[in-house]
Design a protein around this ligand. Structure first.
Ligand SMILES: Cc1cc2nc3c(=O)[nH]c(=O)nc-3n(C[C@H](O)[C@H](O)[C@H](O)COP(=O)(O)O)c2cc1C
Length: 170
């Protein structure tokens, strides 16, 4: 067997393009502390476990709000609807006042949450893991809401997408 060369560099752009072939939904993670609210758009969300109820998402170490998010006592993960592209864009931009005129409510754990998301998972931190240039956040779901009906906002190969029809043989 030939040795695996872990130092061989993959081209980052090619890697990003290949990973972009995995279609995802989009979520906004929201939390708050004494400095105020914070929020970040993510497509690295995944279900982890039903018992205990766990979800995960990955945060880049370069995020301005990373340290504050790591210390947050609670956060909400808001799964976006197809008409919420502007919300996704707002929370994907660093530096601006992301919460100005945002339809937010107080979550039951004291964190901000979107009023009109497809689903909302209110979480307390369960674990943080090293994920290379990202930190893997695992949250324990304490409350959830599924009031926002409609189709989800999707992301594929660097662009927003709409859900197509159901496959015939499912
Ligand atoms: C569709 C989409 C998905 C994203 N997913 C992630 C993600 O999973 N993890 C991440 O760290 N940043 C992700 N980003 C980038 C962050 O949203 C962006 O860097 C962040 O809002 C900047 O926050 P800051 O003000 O704390 O630096 C994504 C951006 C977009 C547009």
């Amino acid at each position: 067997m030939t040795a695996i060369d872990l130092d061989a560099r993959l081209d980052p752009r090619e890697l990003r393009n290949a990973l972009g072939r995995f279609a995802t939904g989009i979520a906004v993670v929201m939390a708050k502390d004494s400095e105020g609210p914070m929020g970040v758009t993510v497509n690295s969300f995944s279900a982890v476990s039903l018992d205990p109820p766990l979800i995960l998402f990955c945060m880049a170490r370069s995020l301005h709000s990373l340290e504050r998010l790591e210390k947050a006592k609670a956060y909400s993960v808001n799964i976006l609807l197809e008409n919420q592209k502007e919300i996704s864009n707002r929370f994907a931009r660093a530096g601006e006042d992301k919460f100005a005129d945002m339809p937010c409510a107080d979550g039951r754990l004291g964190e901000p949450r979107l009023e009109s998301a497809h689903a909302v998972f209110e979480c307390v931190p369960y674990a943080h893991y090293d994920g290379g240039d990202h930190v893997i956040f695992v949250g324990r779901v304490v409350h959830m809401h599924t009031d926002g009906e409609g189709d989800p906002l999707l992301y594929y190969r660097g662009s927003y997408r709409l859900l197509a029809s159901l496959m015939q043989d499912t």
